[in-house]
Design a protein around this ligand. Sequence first.
Ligand SMILES: Nc1ncnc2c1ncn2[C@@H]1O[C@H](COP(=O)(O)OP(=O)(O)OP(=O)(O)O)[C@@H](O)[C@H]1O
Ligand SMILES: [Mg+2]
Length: 328
Amino acid sequence: MTDLDTALRAQLRATLDATPWTAIGGKKLERYDGKVRDCYIDRERGERIIVVTDRLSAFDAVVGTIPSKGQVLNQLATFWFEKTAAIAPNHMLRVPDPNVMIARECAPLPVELVMRAYLTGVTSTSIWKAYEKGDRTFCGHRLPDGMRKNQRLPAPILTPSTKAAKGDHDVSVSRDELLAMGRIDPAVFDRAAALAAALFAEGQRHAASRGLILADTKYEMGLSKDGAITVIDEIHTPDSSRYWYADDYEARLERGEEPRSLDKEYVRRWLANDAKWTGDGKPPVMPDEIRLEAARRYIASYELVTGRAFVPDTREPVARIAAALGAS
Ligand SMILES: Nc1ncnc2c1ncn2[C@@H]1O[C@H](COP(=O)(O)OP(=O)(O)OP(=O)(O)O)[C@@H](O)[C@H]1O
Ligand SMILES: [Mg+2]
């Protein structure tokens, strides 16, 4: 066993599942728990303290924890926010702990900006499922006939998705449908769309230079206090993106095999195919071997994308982060 594997195994019983604090730096803060991130909101300072936990969400539910996942996600987001800062403003202010990002609090746009370069997906609402059942327009984009699953689209497309209330599934819409809902200013949407396209182009370019394909991704954006459209939440992580290995993509496409992926697809496949669970009812308990393999893949995505070795922080996470933030 490698040192990394030993560390990951030891972490199986000590992942960061939840944070218990009510105050940071002696100040009582508002709190919002997402599926993956615990957020402490300091309205006075206009800052959001985001603790990226090890929780894994799939089919819109939390299904358990993966060793080192929070650290991988936070450090990958840090890498990409630094790399793309000249393309689009983002919310990152400071990273006081491997699992924490202190961000500029923004007013989130009521839409997720999904960029897709490939005809793929597994859920009933995916572009591939729509194409398979005969649809030739998706979110207002015309799709050519005769395409195969996982094939590259003629050009990347934006398929906006409206943010559903907690627990509901998001819905894909065209620009016209979205604007007809009247929840977003057309000029703001078009500017956000242009930023998403530019970020995705940079993401694809860098991924290709590292032997990877960035097949699709999802951006969240918000308006900062001074009105700047700002990337929030996360960027180009394996939770928000599909990453495939480029080297055998073509050969596998020819043979009708699924691409080798670095994202959550591994866990989704285990849930759907082995545990027969696709989101209804109580999620199954993930076996340790599945959690370990998922951890290896998350870590591989960090190392491949950044070209840096991943060094897991093995200190007990709740006490460590409390000390870094002055949380109680
Ligand atoms: N800079 C920011 N300003 C305001 N909100 C933000 C910012 N960054 C992230 N958020 C919000 O914080 C939350 C992060 O939690 P997480 O990513 O776990 O949520 P999620 O499970 O993806 O979404 P949900 O909110 O539906 O649970 C999200 O609601 C996200 O929109
Ligand atoms: Mg999120």
